[in-house]
Design a protein around this ligand. Structure first.
Ligand code: CUA
Length: 162
């Protein structure tokens, strides 16, 4: 079979680029620990309410000793609980979420807070909200008849309470 020399050249160029991209992706994913925010660790969704991190008493916003904040939320048909979250602007925030029932997604428009919440797994988002205001938290994975009405509120307050 005859292959044109120019075609052969471009074949090797595109092969090299493909391999280079795979190597760079793999290297940066491992060296910088870059991964999707969903499914970071396993959890028993049937026992969320009984004890541990996602028990009702443990949900909500907590201020850490270093000035950062931790937010613990549960996604359940049809809402994200607690339904009102308030955190300060320009402050590092770690949000950990688990689903009580089925697959949900949570998304705050105009921010990078966006993750799937897969039953049986914890989702974790580390972010800093840079613009104060009120944001809706929408569900963006179809989860049942009430999906369109599944939302909660995120308030990013002006003063950094440090
Ligand atoms: Cu929860 Cu859609």
């Amino acid at each position: 079979m005859h292959i044109d020399a120019t075609e052969k050249k471009w074949f090797y160029i595109s092969l090299t680029v493909t391999i280079a991209i795979i190597v760079i992706l793999t290297f940066s994913a491992i060296s910088s620990n870059i991964h999707p925010p969903s499914s970071v660790e396993k959890i028993d969704s049937n026992r969320l309410h009984l004890d541990g991190e996602f028990k009702e008493d443990n949900l909500g916003v907590k201020k850490n000793a270093d000035g950062s904040y931790s937010v613990t939320m549960v996604a359940a048909r049809y809402g994200f609980y607690p339904q009102r979250i308030e955190v300060p602007v320009n402050t590092p925030i770690k949000i950990r979420m688990a689903s009580f029932d089925v697959l949900h997604g949570i998304h705050a428009p105009f921010t990078n807070f966006n993750t799937m919440v897969v039953p049986g797994y914890v989702s974790e988002v580390n972010t800093t909200f840079t613009k104060a205001g009120e944001y809706p938290l929408f569900c963006n994975e179809f989860c049942g008849l009430g999906h369109d009405h599944m939302w909660s509120k995120l308030i990013v307050s002006e003063e950094a309470e440090k």
